[in-house]
Design a protein around this ligand. Structure first.
Ligand code: ZN
Length: 561
């Protein structure tokens, strides 16, 4: 599971009023012709500037000629994943981009992989385009949940096909039909598979070669499990590659369908060494979780690995809107129970966000004398332990409701991200107590964590992370874990209340998951999932100060020479 990141702005209500009259004619469907114009009240240049541009590259002098060629092939495959994500999120990329009336508009369409602003609750930012379908382009745009459930209820086979994570749903006359990705996207998946096999021949590392060959087969068969297992067996490779249909956030209708993405990565061996010891501590940390025994009975895979990387290419889902800074894969629960997961900390992307966004936010919203506690080491650790914490807790409900993911449906992602955040912080404090983090100061972690909430709350209600952070802000407020000073308009960590708040929220989430409590989760989100007006005005101050919300990458293969 990635760290996904988006934002909502405060001007939604007034915009909606304006557009509700203007867009009546367009509600029948999307206008397909003519130049696109920015929607009323939308300043496209300002929205592009919400993203700070960051160059992605690595030290090419340490790479051999065959490695450079391998990276070029992987970037080619990544670009195909990018085109596939466009189809899933929107449809015809070239037709849409050709209608952009200005370079800024074209750029903003590219950043969002479509005409809906991912940092603004997916609202359309051009005229003549209706709201984004909840099921993106995975399902017919007019599909209702009722119609889908009826069709899926016809037989076990129908349910498996229609709910499959590697199928799209299309209309076939009056009925619904599931089309496997290998078929729907075969025109790009077949050449992608061929490139992967070429790349496998160049790979000096046998583990990487094996994975690339099995991934090629997966593109053709929709059976990703063998390649997921092979990816977990890779230990010694310096170049890494993540590609395929992976996360389910883009399917906001049901959370069944996976979206294409890719990362081309170069391992940072020195930092990886520093991270190695934490993976070994997972089983002990699981036993120490602040919940009754039943909620921590599963044993996290002992084969889990934690490494640091520099990313040299992002494509598709992970590059849409806000950018991922850590990865924990694979998502397949069967594979996780058998072999654990691999956690990839994307160090160069993290540092970019820390410097461009977190530090400026802290200088606005954190009490002046606590700002010294906002450090890159703490930020890096909080993100790292977030990823580790995805492996804690349980994957299956305690009461026969199946996996936690199935039981909590479209609410699963937000709760799971919230779990990872809070258990990550819980783990940091445990390890500090055990003396495992050297001379680090707990206040660094708490203060950086609080500043991180402000950063992530900005991602808004269209993002699992945005919701998770809003829930946590409200929960912490209720528990008194921070205070607000009206004179300086800054927030202050209250350390003596913080640890109780962390334990209480950990238990709340682990129980909802273990009980597969869908209704309870909906209630929790309804109760605590909205941004209170006071916080919104603080976020508006941060935006008015011109602090970017996220980064956008200047990337390619030029750095390879
Ligand atoms: Zn996560």
């Amino acid at each position: 599971m990635q760290r996904r990141e988006f934002l909502a702005t405060g001007s939604a209500a007034s915009l909606a009023l304006l557009s509700s009259c203007a867009s009546k004619e367009a509600t029948e469907g999307t206008v397909q012709q003519g130049p696109l114009q920015a929607a009323a009240g939308v300043d496209i240049a300002a929205r592009v500037n919400q993203y700070a541009s960051v160059k992605l590259e690595a030290d090419a002098s340490s790479l051999r000629a065959d490695e450079k060629q391998l990276i070029r092939l992987l970037v080619e495959v990544a670009r195909m994943m990018d085109d596939l994500f466009w189809r899933q999120a929107y449809g015809d990329k070239q037709a849409l981009l050709a209608r952009a009336s200005t370079p800024e508009l074209r750029r903003f369409l590219e950043i969002n992989y479509g005409p809906w602003d991912r940092l603004d609750g997916n609202k359309p930012f051009v005229d003549g385009i209706g709201p984004k379908p909840a099921g993106a382009n995975f399902y017919p745009s007019d599909l209702t949940k009722q119609e889908f459930e009826t069709a899926a209820g016809a037989s076990a086979e129908a349910a498996a096909a229609l709910k499959g994570q590697y199928t799209v749903v299309r209309r076939d006359g009056a009925s619904l039909r599931a089309v496997p990705y290998s078929q729907e996207y075969g025109d790009l998946l077949k050449p992608a598979a061929a490139r992967l096999r070429e790349a496998a021949k160049l790979a000096a590392d046998p583990g990487l070669a094996n994975y690339l060959n099995l991934r090629a087969a997966a593109f053709e068969t929709d059976n990703y499990q063998p390649s997921d297992l092979a990816w977990l067996d890779m230990k010694t490779n310096g170049i890494d590659f993540v590609a395929g249909p992976i996360e389910d956030y883009e399917d906001a209708l049901f959370g069944y369908k996976t979206a294409f993405e890719a990362y081309v990565l170069i391992k940072d061996k020195e930092w990886s060494q520093r991270l190695r010891k934490y993976a070994a501590m997972l089983p002990g940390l699981q036993r120490g979780l602040p919940v009754p025994e039943a909620y921590k009975m599963e044993t996290p895979g002992s084969d889990s690995e934690l490494n640091a990387y520099d990313v040299v290419y992002y494509a598709g889902d992970c590059n849409a809107g806000s950018k991922t800074i850590a990865i924990n894969l694979p998502n397949d629960e069967e594979v996780q129970l058998k072999k654990g997961t691999r956690r990839l900390q994307l160090k160069n992307a993290m540092r970019a966000k820390f410097q461009q966004i977190l530090v400026p936010i802290a200088s606005q919203l954190i009490a002046e004398d606590q700002r010294k506690h906002v450090t890159f080491d703490a930020f890096f650790s909080n993100v790292m332990f977030h990823e580790v914490a995805h492996g804690l807790g349980i994957k299956n409900t305690l009461n026969g409701k199946g996996t936690v993911r199935d039981a909590l449906k479209e609410r699963y992602s937000a709760l799971e991200e919230g779990k990872a955040d809070i258990l990550g912080l819980y783990m940091v404090s445990e390890l500090l107590k055990q003396g495992e983090l050297g001379g680090a100061d707990l206040m660094d972690y708490y203060t950086t964590f609080l500043a991180g909430i402000f950063r992530s709350v900005r991602f808004g209600a269209a993002s699992a992370h945005g919701i998770a952070n809003t829930l946590r802000f409200n929960f912490f407020a209720e528990m008194g874990a921070f205070s607000f000073d009206a004179a300086t308009k800054t927030y202050r960590v209250v350390p003596e209340k913080m640890s109780a708040a962390v334990a209480a929220l950990s238990e709340k989430i682990l129980r909802l998951q273990g009980d597969g409590d869908y209704a309870g989760t909906v209630q929790f989100v309804n109760q605590m999932g909205s941004i209170p007006p006071a916080l919104q005005s603080d976020l508006d101050r941060v935006s008015a100060a011109g602090i970017p919300i996220d980064v956008v990458f200047d990337q390619g293969t030029a750095w390879l020479g």
